[in-house]
Design a protein around this ligand. Structure first.
Ligand SMILES: [Zn+2]
Length: 206
């Protein structure tokens, strides 16, 4: 398996071979360069991967900087990407670019994206512990995220329900998405109960 650096060197040599018809003297594997060159072309001085079918063209990334710019374009840029998830970002990158570790790099890029971390969808975890005995209202309450549902005129398509496990009283809050930020905002409606969500209330995610 190539390291990133080996991979960049290999494709730079392949590009030189296609441009000049000669394999550079320092090539570690000249036969591999010749063999691989069948799947690549040069267009406007850029190395493009066309594959055996030659039905598509993907720009070969030749440096870390180019890789970062491809990932930014396909994940971060408003308009062209808008912070899609791993699969969406992968599809965009694969459609336009070529390098060896795309899948792994996209996963890491999306996972470490600050904005995606902030807006990460809340994972609904199964209850792994028994629910404590409830002695008074709003001592323990359950949270449920329902949706996506058909979108309303106000762009809401999810509902956060908060159920007091003592009285079974339910509060429902409409939400536009299941992002952590929005759930937190919806939870503030519990403030009137006089309880601090962080210090006294206990969440039970179902
Ligand atoms: Zn992101």
């Amino acid at each position: 398996m190539f390291s990133d650096m080996d991979s960049f060197v290999f494709y730079i040599q392949l590009k030189e071979f296609l441009l000049k018809g000669e394999i550079p003297d320092n090539s570690a594997n000249p036969r591999k360069v010749t063999w691989a060159s069948m799947n690549f072309i040069i267009k406007d001085d850029r190395l493009l991967y066309v594959g055996p079918s030659r039905q598509y063209m993907r720009l070969v990334v030749l440096s870390e900087e180019e890789k970062r710019s491809a990932l930014t374009e396909c994940h971060n840029n408003p308009g062209t990407a808008n912070h899609n998830g791993v699969r969406g970002t992968q599809n965009r990158v694969i459609a336009g670019y070529y390098w060896h570790t795309i899948i792994q790099d996209v996963k890491e890029w999306v996972r470490s994206c600050p904005r995606c971390q902030l807006n990460d969808r809340i994972k609904i975890m199964p209850v792994l512990h028994s629910i404590k005995v409830k002695k008074k209202p709003w001592e323990v309450f359950g949270l449920d995220l329902i949706g996506p549902l058909p979108e309303t005129a106000r762009n809401n398509k999810c509902v956060l329900t908060m159920t007091d496990l003592y009285t079974k009283w339910v509060i429902a809050e409409p939400m536009q998405s299941k992002t952590a930020a929005e759930v937190l905002q919806s939870c503030t409606c519990l403030a009137w109960l006089g309880k601090s969500l962080q210090t006294k209330g206990e969440f039970v995610c179902r």
